[in-house]
Design a protein around this ligand. Sequence first.
Ligand code: UN1
Length: 501
Amino acid sequence: MTSELYRNYIAGKWVDAGSGQTFERRNPATGELVGVFAKGGKEDVENAVQAASAAFASWRLYPAPKRGEILYRAAQMLLDRKEDLAREMTEEMGKVIDEARGDVQEAIDMTFYMAGEGRRLYGQTTPSELRSKFNMSVRKPIGVCGIITPWNFPLAIPSWKMMPALIAGNTVVFKPASFTPRMGIRLVEVLEEAGLPPGVVNLVMGSGAEVGDAIIEHPDVPLISFTGSTETGTDVATRGARVNKRISLEMGGKNAVIVMDDADLGLATDGILWSAFGTSGQRCTAASRVVVHRSVQKELSERLVARAGGMRLGNGLEATTDIGPVVTERQLETINDYVHVGRAEGARLATGGEIARDGELSRGFFHQPTVFDEVRADMRIAQEEIFGPVTALIPVDSLDEAIDVVNGVKYGLSASIFTADINRAFRAMQDIFTGILYVNAGTTGAEIHLPFGGTKATGNGHREAGTAALDFFTEWQSIYVDFSGRLQRAQIDPIEEDGKP
Ligand code: UN1
């Protein structure tokens, strides 16, 4: 057990919070202390923004391929440290070690990918409508980026935001989630060791109300990238809009798997269990709805119940564990409250439904994998994000009805369809309005080189990952170079026909 004090990182130095205050994080599986962390506040954010603003003056001019070389080194270090990072992640937020490895790998992938973008960052060159004139567009960095991240992907999500921000020449003030501050520190340590100049990335830990708000409200932070709840995100956007900030939001989901009557039910069962119960259901992309054709409802339900009943809860570091704890006691209670809501609404509890307290489990925050059957699309458990190991089977009679149910929620992150019929698969692709869609796979598992994000209350129109991320972290500048030596008026002067340059 460790009680090391972890500090904020400002202007290239590890420093205590101005207030001298600290906070703790405990392992959600065992209650053991993970670490004690500097609890930042407004003055720490002020120092961090000043450092980031000062560093921007030189970092924006540091050649992008060289910025990429720093990221390559960072990616390699993440790879070298993958096992240790995964283990620490499991201790800090609970996901099983295999999934923690996947989270680290996602950060590695993103860091290598964005390093490569340092040699691209393409703009356009186009012919001019006038003679002796050259037209092009270039991407410019924006300045100090406020990066506010959640605990469920404590390395992957910060990397989705930080790496495109950095490769484009921005500097960063980073607030990791209060439940996963150590992973935030690990990422910054790697960047520091890889040679990132002081002030380019600054880390301030602490609460959303203090550190988050101070970043959002700071006049010298023109851009905020936020992942978290729809409620908080909407508040961030509302406050940011008043001061014309550029804001990217990744928020809730109520993702659905469609299982048609022609589906491979074994494969669908595997996909649903993985998407519904992986990370204890705490993914934005988790499958918390299964929209099933009535003719296969009974069989699918039986298969899910049999398999879910055999899944083992436990410490994510143990090889025998299928499902780890949820992140906090409060989250555990919220999940269990939803189980009560589902029962009260008349859904049939097919399996699970209880907080697990047997033996060792009583030390942590464990919830049984839970399947509701006979759920109606308008019930709260079929409409609201639960963020726990709970999924709801909603029977339907046709593909049209299934698509309506999938689209009939306020969110729009991920959806999937299991079918052997290519025409049905293409109908789903055409008519489902989510940011991510899978065919014959569950709702999770997005890869880093395609856009990630959702429609409706899931986001605000931006995308992370892929080259789409660069659109958020850069401004376009269109440049016109007139080398004719005379005044040429666009849209007004005729082009001379004599071939004069
Ligand atoms: C999230 O839950 O916020 O597609 C991110 C997935 C992961 C990322 C999820 N690659 O499920």
